[in-house]
Design a protein around this ligand. Structure first.
Ligand code: NAP
Ligand code: COA
Length: 260
């Protein structure tokens, strides 16, 4: 879909996108490159990451790392900085999720998702702050979800993790705002063609889920990328500490199903 944003919206900016090798993170990385940014993408699967970076051309660098490992995160940030210069924009899109009833979820299963989503987001923010944000300002965009706004069965791990991510967004906005760092969030609804969707829904539930979404359709990756472009751009220069919900009013409509 053609972008409504100026093609030089992010010219001269350097971004780091975790989870940038697939799904929503990749869509955001591609949109950033298309709007003039140079982008480092982080993930564990080096081969997939290299493939995504190659498809984006010379303005994208694959920097493999596990966001749970602070030292690996630091090394990835250093590699991106060495290639493109100091980082202005950080997007935390790396996450893990699966369906599991709380009673059957092992402590390690809970911990693993908390570790990727919450600790990983903190590790990346912290390392980027030390390397560039503290001195130059910038923007952090944390990809969240709406799971924890009400309650989502089979998702206790991801709900707790995204609640933590939202707390990180608000806290850092207050602590780092005086240094010129905006910290914002984006909470997608169900987005078609993503790993998240394929793990959490099935062909059988598809029509029922769509019927419960007020906009009567799933979202698209390019719609999340457009929201991300806005949030990291000067258009959102007075937005900080807030998480934008982009879900077709899905979570607000949750109780509408009881009305028939
Ligand atoms: P995805 O393609 O599976 O994206 C997750 C990415 O995170 C992958 O590229 C994965 O790459 C990376 N990742 C996972 N664990 C990692 C780790 N320990 N270290 C570094 N990278 C790691 O799924 P998606 O559905 O597009 O999700 C993207 C974001 O949107 C997530 O934050 C998710 O919670 C959020 N979200 C998605 C939906 C949806 O409908 N899809 C809805 C609400 C929120 P590797 O496997 O290579 O590490
Ligand atoms: N149901 C219940 N428990 C599960 C599970 C499932 N579907 N998948 C993994 N777990 C548990 C494992 O059993 C393990 O716990 P245990 O040691 O007590 O057995 C724990 O979670 C860690 O699993 P492991 O496979 O070692 O983790 P990992 O670090 O290799 O992978 C995941 C992390 C589990 C989140 C994996 O699904 C992943 O890499 N996801 C990334 C992509 C993704 O989830 N995308 C959607 C984003 S919304």
């Amino acid at each position: 879909m053609a972008s409504i944003f100026r093609s030089d919206l992010l010219a001269g900016r350097v971004a780091l996108v975790t989870g940038g090798g697939s799904g929503i993170g990749r869509g955001i990385a591609e949109a950033f490159v298309a709007h003039g940014a140079r982008v480092g993408i982080v993930g564990r699967n080096a081969e997939r990451l290299e493939g995504a970076a190659a498809a984006m051309g010379g303005s994208c660098l694959a920097a493999p790392a596990d966001v749970r490992d602070p030292k690996a995160v630091e090394a990835a940030l250093d590699a991106v900085t060495a290639r493109f210069g100091p980082i202005d924009i950080v997007v935390n899109s790396a996450a893990g999720n699966f369906l599991a009833p709380a009673a059957a979820l092992s402590p390690n299963g809970f911990r693993t998702v908390m570790d990727i989503d919450a600790n990983g987001t903190f590790n990346v923010c912290r390392a980027a702050f030390d390397r560039s944000l503290r001195d130059r300002g910038g923007v952090v965009l944390n990809i969240s979800a709406t799971l924890h706004y009400a309650a989502t069965p089979l998702q206790i791990h991801a709900s707790a993790a995204k609640a933590a991510v939202d707390a990180i967004t608000r806290t850092l906005a207050v602590e780092w705002g005086p240094l010129g760092v905006r910290v914002v969030g984006l909470a997608p609804g169900p987005i078609e063609g993503t790993e998240g969707m394929s793990r959490l829904s099935s062909d059988e539930t598809r029509e029922r889920v769509i019927a419960a979404i007020p906009l009567r359709r799933f979202g698209r990756i390019d719609e999340m990328a457009a929201a991300a472009l806005f949030l990291v751009s000067e258009g959102a220069s007075y937005v900080s500490g807030e998480t934008l919900v982009a879900d077709g009013a899905a979570w607000l409509g949750t109780s509408a199903q009881w009305m028939g």
